[in-house]
Design a protein around this ligand. Structure first.
Ligand SMILES: Cc1ncc(COP(=O)(O)O)c(C=O)c1O
Length: 369
């Protein structure tokens, strides 16, 4: 018997999630002392000082289990976003909420999920792992959302429709009004999952986010994460806001302690550190304008972005620019795994990181000429 005979067919063909390259591997490979990572859309200011203090104090408590269901955190999130507490489910990153939604709502071999191609790869991975068909209409021209095509791909067996707003990797976003209209046009069973991992960076965020309006439609789920604006990617914390009946089912099957004690404490502190959140937003929005203008000046095609990253087509082959940046100690994201080999994505860094990225980019262009 082969080892592969012992695993499910769905699993045998799996390739793992392709994360951004790590700083350690690039340091070693290119013999560099300093590496700047602009590949995973993390917070350019690092972690909040308040969060770090709270984590230090909480260290003594890690021998205890957290409270199942994380009621202190869900109460704080409900108050912060003005939604009912029984509609909030916290997860080990919003990845966990995506996984739970698929497993709770989709019958393998019967139901289907709809998402644009390309899309965030966790939607693809988790539906495949569950043996659920994924229907993928293509995005409109220039990465716009063809919402009628998304609705048109649904039928009476569609359980979930994923829409990332602002989108990853393009940064394109549509106003909440258009999403509400989409939600109302879906077949009765389908739930619209609006992944707002980058919503806070939009300008103005309220125009694009469905969070304040989620109660207007009974079939909408909104996903948020602490990995981006709140600077907690390494602790793994995200949440979903959804109809109370659905939240109840997710909590029945969620592993009881998937949001750990430190992640919960950090999330509570992060919500309180308004200064850090404000400074992070100012840094990202300022950096986004600076990088977009400079990259366009270098002859790149830069796609308009409401997120904390920019997608662009460099004037030379993307693979060469990517490699040239790595050699100069800058990690950006190649988009081959999204099926976009001509494009690159750069996360907005702090002012110093942005200037280092632009200097490296200019150096590559100077050497190519
Ligand atoms: C669109 C989108 N959704 C969800 C996530 C996952 O977030 P988390 O770190 O909370 O699992 C990401 C992370 O890159 C993302 O880009």
């Amino acid at each position: 018997m082969q080892p592969s005979d012992r695993v499910r067919d769905d699993v045998r063909e799996f390739t793992p999630y392709a994360p951004g390259l790590s700083m350690e591997e690039i340091k070693e490979k290119y013999n560099l002392t300093r590496v700047i990572k602009l590949a995973s859309n993390e917070n350019p200011l690092g972690a909040s000082p308040l969060v770090k203090r709270v984590l230090g104090r909480k260290a003594d408590m890690v021998f205890r289990y957290p409270r199942a269901g994380n009621p202190a955190l869900t109460a704080a999130l409900a108050a912060y976003h003005n939604v009912p507490q029984d509609c909030v489910v916290a997860g080990n990153g919003s990845d966990e909420i995506i996984d739970l939604l698929v497993r709770v709502t989709c019958r393998p071999g019967v139901d289907n999920v709809v998402a644009f191609a390309p899309c965030f790869s966790i939607y693809v991975q988790q539906t495949r792992l569950c043996g659920v068909a994924l229907r993928q209409p293509t995005l409109g021209p220039d990465f716009t959302f063809d919402l009628p095509a998304l609705a048109g791909a649904c039928d009476e067996h569609t359980s979930l429709v994923f829409l990332t707003n602002p989108d990853n990797p393009s940064g394109h976003a549509v106003p909440a009004e258009e999403i509400l209209a989409l939600a109302r046009s879906l077949p009765q069973k389908a739930l619209l999952v609006v992944d707002e991992a980058y919503a806070e960076f939009a300008e103005p965020a309220e125009r694009y986010s469905m969070l304040a309006r989620f109660g207007e439609c009974g079939n909408v789920v909104v996903l948020r994460t602490f990995s981006k604006l709140y600077g907690l990617a390494g602790l793994r914390l995200g949440f979903g806001v959804m109809p109370a009946w659905l939240a109840d089912y997710l909590l029945r099957v969620r592993l009881p302690f998937s949001v750990n004690l430190l992640a919960e404490a950090a999330g509570l502190a992060a919500l309180e550190d308004a200064d850090f959140i404000g400074a992070s937003l100012v840094t990202v929005r300022r950096g986004r304008t600076r990088l977009a203008e400079a990259l366009a000046g270098f002859g790149c095609r830069v796609y308009p972005s409401q997120a904390n990253f920019l997608m662009f087509k460099p004037p030379y082959p993307a693979a060469e620019v990517f490699e040239g940046l790595l050699r100069r100690g800058i990690i950006v994201r190649a988009l081959k795994s999204y099926g976009l080999p001509d494009l690159l994505r750069v996360s907005i860094g702090n002012d110093e990181e942005n200037e280092a990225f632009l200097a490296a980019f200019k150096d590559i262009l100077d050497h190519a000429n």
